[in-house]
Design a protein around this ligand. Structure first.
Ligand code: ATP
Ligand code: MG
Length: 265
């Protein structure tokens, strides 16, 4: 069932020196309910901008986003955004941070919020750290708090903008395994931006490769690898083939970008 539809999205930003910068152009994408879609593309190609448009924080200059057939005009409780910087409140404990979204909704009793918070603490494996403050946690644990906070409001759509970028390589791999484990439980629709080609293939049902700015869809790659997936799948010939293919597509785009800059110089 169709969940998110982006139609001919175009985003421009006014420039300090006047004129406009075309960040995203003619971007089309259809995402099915429960699908895990990853997005890769050269730096500055408009990935974060695109995610903000789906979230409703940024308005497209033309084109529309529909979620379940409804036009997106602003942020809503059906979508949760997880950033690289995870934006935890330093004066709130792990519990306090995870419960924040629920408290702001003013819909549930504090007892019910407490129950839900505990459920998500268990889900992301932070038992025993409920009363810790962000500064007492490792980067990976902070990231788990950010993910639990997003999950706690039970959004239908998770929008993740390089959530693992600040982590070391090992923690990052473990977090991607964890994320898939959590996703397997209730199959939310996920749009996940990453610079890691490995991560993009490992997580996804489909990988969207974007062109250099203005960001368009360069190619959409179906990932037919079986689920549930373990890290060993990265040695499978099909995984290696997909990684190579995406690498080639990105290299072409990055070269185009670099050559373009040289032309102007
Ligand atoms: N609020 C804004 N105002 C003006 N320009 C912006 C704004 N947000 C993004 N841009 C510009 O739009 C383009 C795309 O930026 P965006 O952050 O979406 O890229 P990205 O693909 O997420 O890059 P990265 O991989 O480095 O995170 C860039 O040229 C950026 O300078
Ligand atoms: Mg970005």
């Amino acid at each position: 069932m169709l969940h998110i539809e982006l139609k001919q999205i175009r985003v421009t930003f006014p420039q300090p020196e006047g004129g406009e910068l075309l960040a995203v152009d003619r971007f089309d994408l259809q995402v099915q309910r429960g699908e895990f879609v990853t997005i890769v593309g050269p730096s500055g190609c408009g990935k974060s901008t695109l995610l903000s448009v789906v979230d409703g924080l940024v308005r497209s200059s033309s084109g529309q986003v529909h979620v379940e057939g409804m036009l997106v005009t602003g942020p809503g409780p059906d979508r949760a955004l997880v950033f690289q910087e995870f934006a935890l409140l330093p004066w709130r404990t792990v519990e306090g941070n995870i419960g924040l979204g629920l408290e702001l909704q003013h819909k549930l009793s504090s007892r019910r919020i407490k129950e839900l918070v505990l459920h998500y603490i268990n889900m992301v494996g932070l038992q025993g750290f409920e009363r810790h403050y962000p500064y007492q946690l490792s980067g990976g644990m902070r990231q788990r708090v950010g993910i639990a906070r997003a999950l706690a409001v039970n959004p239908e759509i998770l929008l993740m903008d390089e959530p693992f970028a600040a982590l070391d390589a090992q923690t990052r791999e473990i977090m991607s395994v964890e994320l898939l484990r959590i996703w397997e439980q209730d199959k939310k629709t996920v749009l996940f931006i990453t610079h890691s080609i490995d991560e993009s293939v490992y997580l996804a049902d489909r990988v969207v490769v974007m062109s250099s700015r203005p960001g368009r869809v360069k190619e959409i790659i179906q990932v037919g690898l079986p689920r549930p997936r373990g890290l060993a799948i990265k040695d499978a010939p099909e995984f290696v083939r997909l990684r190579r293919h995406i690498w080639d597509l990105l290299e072409e785009e990055v070269r185009r970008q670099v050559d373009g800059k040289e032309d102007r110089a």
